[in-house]
Design a binder for this molecule. Structure first.
Ligand code: ZN
Length: 365
């Protein structure tokens, strides 16, 4: 959770800079990509509160429509529904949540309102997490911004560091976007999945087969991917994100295996949870890069813990060791090249997140 909030802060921190800098980890406008006849991927601009919104994939069959992920803002989900109605008169009967994170499922209510009898499908673990986590999110939402307000009022960040002149306008902008988002959530507080799977489900949309697969734990305990075997398309949720992986939660060592299982589906198109769709070649390379990163960090973390112990109180000591043994500068370069904005994002999110999560994974060992 802690690191899941990082994109919020980084995206929020970058809204003002977006006018002059072009960075790839952000999404500034809505766009649609058609991957096959009746298969579309919608990207959404980051929300006014700075939160990123997950990609939505729309799969149209002869009888019904399946949607993968309802994104974050109900208003964005409603825009997607209007777009779907332009594409087809068939009803959305199935909505899959790839995982519980808010930016992939808080639009569920918009679909449930528009399509009575909708099956909202998720892994059983994801259903439990959405049911358990959503109420707390709505309760905590004002607190997150109270913290930002306090930072602005005092000029001191929550980590004790002074608020820089560069960061101040970005936080002010994030705060300004808060009200409209909060009002949306009051009007539509989300919807819990009502159909669950443990491993695999096959759905016939009429002339079009869709498989929902839990290939193992990864970004969360209940990740699923949506596979169109005939068209060769995989919607991966946040198991992959481009250009920077969202690594700040989950099961990193398991994720490496889950990514391998996904790569073996050999799709023509990979749809990441965030960012541009990837062709087979680029997708396989990105999956491999993400996998190699996870394997490197988890192996070096394991070695550091063998040397120094896994007491949670020793995190800083263990982290210092891993910072010496993992070449994070080289990984950063491989993921984002020379883009300074994305480099900062890498350091704040998947580097810090991988250190924290890979250490936490060693606690029960
Ligand atoms: Zn996401």
């Amino acid at each position: 959770m802690k690191f899941f909030l990082r994109p919020l802060l980084f995206a929020a921190a970058s809204l003002v800079a977006a006018a002059t800098l072009r960075a790839d980890y952000r999404t500034t406008e809505r766009s649609v990509t058609q991957l096959a006849e009746g298969v579309h991927v919608i990207r959404h601009p980051d929300a006014p509160d700075g939160f990123p919104q997950g990609n939505t994939t729309v799969v149209i069959g002869n009888e019904s429509v399946l949607v993968v992920d309802s994104c974050y803002l109900p208003s964005a989900a409603r825009e997607d529904i209007a777009q779907i109605r332009q594409w087809t008169g068939k009803p959305v009967r199935y909505l899959v949540n790839t995982h519980w994170h808010y930016d992939h499922q808080l639009g569920n209510g918009a679909y449930a309102d528009e399509f009575p009898g909708l099956a909202i499908i998720a892994h059983a673990e994801t259903r439990d997490q959405i049911r358990g986590m959503n109420p707390g999110w709505f309760e905590r939402y004002p607190e997150t911004f109270a913290r930002i307000q306090k930072t602005l009022d005092t000029g001191i960040r929550s980590n004790g560091q002074p608020l820089t002149a560069e960061l101040r306008p970005r936080l002010e902008q994030a705060l300004a976007g808060r009200k409209s988002v909060q009002e949306e959530f009051i009007a539509r507080p989300g919807r819990v999945p009502n159909v669950t799977l443990d491993r695999e489900m096959t759905i016939d949309l009429g002339g079009r087969i869709v498989r929902v697969l839990h290939l193992g734990r990864g970004n969360t305990a209940g990740d699923v991917v949506v596979h169109l075997p005939v068209e060769g398309i995989v919607a991966a949720g946040d198991l992959i994100d481009t250009p920077v992986p969202y690594i700040g939660s989950g099961y990193l060592r398991d994720q490496a295996d889950t990514l391998q299982a996904m790569a073996r589906l050999e799709p023509k198109w990979f749809v990441p949870g965030h960012g541009d769709v990837l062709s087979a070649e680029k997708g396989q390379a990105h999956v491999q890069l993400t996998r190699d990163y996870l394997l490197d960090v988890t192996a070096k973390m394991k070695a550091a813990v063998h040397k120094l112990g896994n007491n949670p109180a020793d995190f800083e000591k263990v982290k210092a060791e891993v910072l010496k043994t993992v070449d994070f500068d080289a990984w950063r370069q491989k993921f984002v090249g020379d883009n300074k904005d994305d480099q900062a994002y890498f350091d704040g999110f998947p580097k810090e997140g991988a250190l924290t999560v890979s250490f936490a994974e060693t606690w029960p060992q």
